[in-house]
Design a protein around this ligand. Structure first.
Ligand code: ACO
Length: 358
């Protein structure tokens, strides 16, 4: 698959753009509940660093091979950020594309939720850097849930929209994992890449209810902190002599990933009275082809209904789902009205699922 650029990702609208994009919260009048607000996906955008690195190129600097990486993971290449391609820069590019796609002005954004495990600074939040770069209003914060960050972000945004607190919310996943890799550790450095993806969620009132309604139908979040030590970043914030590197027990992560992700997608379907046959697309976290296939099989989804970008992007953590979404949207696979199931698992362990009708 070709590289997804911000321009391609914003080529065609997911839904008619709005020109009445007034800024500010959509709070219901005092004493009345918000009128069945739903979080509708109005725009999708993505950004990938210019520089792509093939498995063969990596094999020149670390003891590995294209065959080993492809057989074990499905990865063929990954994009690696240049110095100017910071987390905030990539997030801003993806956000701009999502806004353009939705036809919404930056000034109408009420909130920016930026999921990342690789912020440019401990603080301020990368989200407020993005806010400034976009010229957006409202507020913003970073969300730390590793590879599950985008699903967590969707869940928080959905709750805020349903509560009537915000109208237009950017949910962004942006990662620069190349900066936390131990480039001598072949067990991890071949697996990850950099990039950013964003969606604009918009509050919409009324309409059909149940699983035929547009927007986020459900989200399910989980964490199990006693498994923190199977996937983490060592080193410490504020100690430049101890740069943090990703450390992983791959076999343990693999074992938990298949079980937990299968549970999470099952949970989403049961909560909405649906089966795998109702799903148009599974857009999974892109960690490893074998995990993706195993989860698809558990819900009886044929491979043609699973969006795969891990071959081109490798694992971009919180950015992987919106990047995959943008790729399938740009090439016309994902269309309005379709039912999209997303799932992710990452360090924490954290995991979860989201079901959305475009
Ligand atoms: N190239 C060549 N050989 C390698 C490499 C490499 N890049 N990495 C490890 N090896 C070697 C090991 O040294 C070992 O050699 P040995 O038998 O001589 O000791 C051998 O390959 C097997 O190593 P394992 O770690 O047991 O390999 P495994 O088959 O488990 O595959 C992998 C490793 C791909 C990491 C797998 O465990 C996996 O996919 N785990 C899931 C982890 C994951 O996706 N993490 C992403 C973050 S979490 C998430 O996003 C879900």
């Amino acid at each position: 698959m070709d590289q997804v650029t911000a321009r391609e990702a914003s080529a065609a609208p997911a839904s008619p753009g709005r020109d009445d994009a007034a800024a500010g919260p959509v709070s219901a009048p005092a004493g009345s509940a918000a009128p069945h607000l739903r979080a509708v996906l109005a725009g999708i955008g993505a950004y990938l660093p210019e520089h792509a690195v093939s498995n063969d190129e990596l094999a020149k600097t670390v003891d590995t091979s294209d065959a080993w990486i492809r057989e074990r993971t499905g990865i063929r290449q990954r994009h690696i950020a240049a110095p100017h391609e910071t987390c905030a820069f990539m997030a801003t590019q993806a956000a701009r594309a999502a806004l353009a796609d939705a036809g919404v002005a930056a000034g109408a954004v009420d909130a920016i939720i930026l999921a990342t495990a690789t912020p440019d600074q401990a603080f301020p939040a990368t989200a407020v850097r993005v806010q400034a770069a976009l010229g957006a209003g409202g507020f913003g914060f970073d969300l730390s849930a590793a590879c599950s960050g985008f699903i967590y972000g969707l869940s928080v945004a959905d709750a805020m929209i349903r509560a009537g607190q915000v109208r237009n919310v950017l949910v962004i996943g942006a990662e620069v994992y190349s900066r936390i890799m131990n480039w001598q550790d072949r067990g991890t450095c071949v697996l990850f890449g950099d990039g950013a993806g964003a969606v604009l969620l918009r509050a919409e009132a009324g309409g059909a209810g149940g699983a035929s309604a547009r927007g986020i139908l459900s989200t399910h979040l989980h964490a199990q902190g006693d498994l923190a030590d199977i996937l983490y970043v060592d080193g410490a914030v504020g100690q430049p002599d101890k740069p943090g590197h990703l450390v992983m027990n791959g076999r343990e992560v693999f074992r938990h990933a298949v079980t937990r992700l299968a549970e999470a997608v099952g949970e989403a379907l049961v909560a909405n009275g649906l089966t795998g046959a109702d799903v148009d697309w599974l857009v999974p976290h892109q960690a490893n082809m074998r995990i993706i296939e195993a989860v698809g099989r558990r819900i009886g989804l044929p491979a043609e209904k699973v969006v795969v970008t891990v071959d081109q992007h490798a694992n971009t953590s919180a950015a992987s789902i919106p990047l995959a979404l943008a790729a399938a949207y740009a090439d016309g696979r994902i269309r309005p009205g379709q039912l999209i199931l997303m799932e992710a698992l990452g360090g924490g362990l954290t995991w979860g699922s989201a079901l959305i009708r475009l």
